[in-house]
Design a protein around this ligand. Structure first.
Ligand code: FAD
Length: 477
């Protein structure tokens, strides 16, 4: 009888413990992916993630065709679809790699118990994290809520081990079970086809992920500690969508970075691995505080009165706020499905502080538009920005979008790339076009209010309103 390998957020063949386990059993392997839009509820993959998923599954399917083992595609509630496949194939074993979203944990633990009760062997593995969230505890036995001590505790003695190789041989069934056709799932946009920028920016799949890692280590990691803050520079790894979909494991990244440190020098390596540590921390938070995507970690924020201005939200989403660094970021996101981390922080702060719009509105937009949309990282990132999360930014920190632009995009390369209507402005007014005199504006071909909007809110007044509103939370102390 065959063993079913249930692929989820581990769309790779190398360093895939569930797949290796199945391969080693010597039994026929039935690899399956189930598109389940019901179990996650509101957290079913958004538009950009679906685009990615399509291409990642195509790549995985192609890779499995090498060992002659077709990827079976099914759609519907995953637990139901999986049990149907067990019946059809007469499988006596099922394996998967663990997911950490609350809905996945609930589904998987019930499923595991039910299958075991029916005499089916079930094994699950860690393929997505350097450490399991339940193994890291503070001195008093609770979960960490502050990053630095969390990372210190994790790093001490951390040995993720050597990545497992791609299985050489997979036994297969003479007649594979029925499969949906990927093309019929409608994961790709058609009318309109908004994915052109995504196609130009990314190569989903395991091979694309490995290529990114190799390029990044060879070309950028040494300059990462300083360079990672400058959005015009390609000095971060851009591995986030590959990591989210499990096309590469943190253990593979860890091993490659350590190997690089030994042979080429360790410049930048620790700083880069620390960011992988943030990913671990976010998953730790989501595991211990499963309400993270819905409710503030700091309960004082439950009663916070956010604004409700649909026009402001639309201006932010479309990159038409009148603040060039904000608009550049939001347009980069729309065009490529990704935004530089520095700019994520600045646009996030602008939404929750300048516009006083709820962090959940920003989280929802990111969920739909990011190719790396990830429940843990996204929720933790937004709560951090809003000041209600773990280790959060203090309420009185309001990023000034002009100064952030001038500091991190001093030459204006990023703004000119994404807000081309301002490209002709000189650097000194590029990040605050409303201060330019009429002659400068005319010379640059910019008519404010026509080609580019006036600011939706005035910085000083918006900052004061944010401070006053957020102070209410502090005063309740
Ligand atoms: P690198 O700088 O090369 O870092 C390497 C890897 O470390 C990343 O691929 C990522 O997996 C991890 N990482 C880096 N920074 C963080 C961080 N602050 N938190 C958690 N993990 C991190 N990241 C997502 O993967 N998905 C999200 O949905 C997401 N939403 C965010 C929302 C907000 C408001 C903010 C402020 C940040 C969010 N991040 C999210 C974190 C971060 O912006 C991205 O992980 C990073 O920009 C990805 O680019 P990179 O791969 O080049 O990162």
């Amino acid at each position: 009888p065959p063993v079913i390998v249930w692929f989820r957020q581990d769309l790779r063949l190398a360093d895939n413990p569930a797949l290796s386990h199945a391969a080693q059993s010597g039994r026929p392997v039935v690899p399956v992916y189930i598109l389940d839009d019901q179990t996650p509820g509101p957290w079913a993959p958004g538009g950009a993630s679906r685009w990615w998923l399509h291409h990642s599954l195509a790549a995985l399917s192609g890779a499995l065709a090498g060992p002659g083992c077709p990827l079976i595609l099914r759609r519907g509630r995953a637990d139901v679809a999986l049990r149907a496949l067990v019946r059809e194939t007469g499988a006596e074993a099922v394996v998967w790699n663990r997911c950490y979203e609350p809905h996945a944990i609930a589904r998987d633990s019930t499923l595991k118990a039910d299958l075991k009760a029916e005499g089916i062997a079930v094994d699950s593995f860690n393929a997505a994290l350097l450490v399991e969230p339940w193994t890291v505890k503070t001195g008093t036995g609770g979960p960490y809520k502050v990053f630095t001590p969390f990372w210190k505790a994790v790093r001490e003695g951390l040995d993720p081990g050597r990545p497992e190789p791609t299985p050489r041989h997979l036994a297969t069934l003479p007649t594979p079970p029925d499969s949906d056709r990927l093309e019929d799932w409608g994961l790709l946009p058609t009318k309109p086809d908004w994915a052109g920028g995504l196609r130009d920016s990314w190569t989903p799949g395991e091979a694309g992920a490995q290529q990114r890692l190799t390029d990044f280590l060879a070309r950028a990691v040494a300059r990462y500690p300083e360079g990672r803050d400058y959005p015009a520079q390609p000095l971060t790894s851009r591995l986030s969508p590959h990591l989210h979909h499990g096309e590469i494991s943190p253990r593979q990244i860890w091993a490659a970075a350590q190997a690089q440190a030994k042979t080429q020098g360790s410049d930048g390596v620790d700083s880069f691995l620390r960011e992988l540590g943030w990913r671990e921390f976010c998953h730790h938070l989501l595991y211990h505080f499963p309400f993270l995507p819905e409710r503030p970690l700091n309960p004082k924020f439950e009663a916070f009165t956010w604004d409700d201005n649909a026009g402001h939200l639309a201006a932010w989403q479309r990159g038409l706020t009148g603040y060039p660094i904000i608009d550049a970021g939001m347009r980069e996101l729309w065009a490529t499905g990704w935004m530089h981390n520095r700019v994520r922080m600045v646009v996030g702060s602008f939404l929750v502080k300048h516009l006083l719009l709820p962090w959940t509105a920003g989280q929802a937009w990111f969920w739909d538009t990011l190719v790396d949309a990830d429940l843990a990282n996204n929720a933790a990132g937004w709560q951090w920005i809003a000041g209600c999360g773990a280790d959060a930014a203090p309420y009185f920190r309001v990023f000034n979008p002009v100064l952030q632009g001038e500091k991190f995009d001093a030459t204006g390369e990023y703004v000119r790339r994404w807000v081309p209507e301002l490209a002709g402005l000189p650097d000194r007014v590029l990040h605050q076009p409303w201060t330019a005199d009429p002659i400068t504006l005319r010379a640059a071909g910019v008519r404010l209010g026509h080609d580019y909007p006036h600011p939706v809110v005035e910085h000083k007044a918006a900052r004061q309103r944010a401070l006053d509103t957020f102070a209410a939370i502090r005063d309740d102390n």
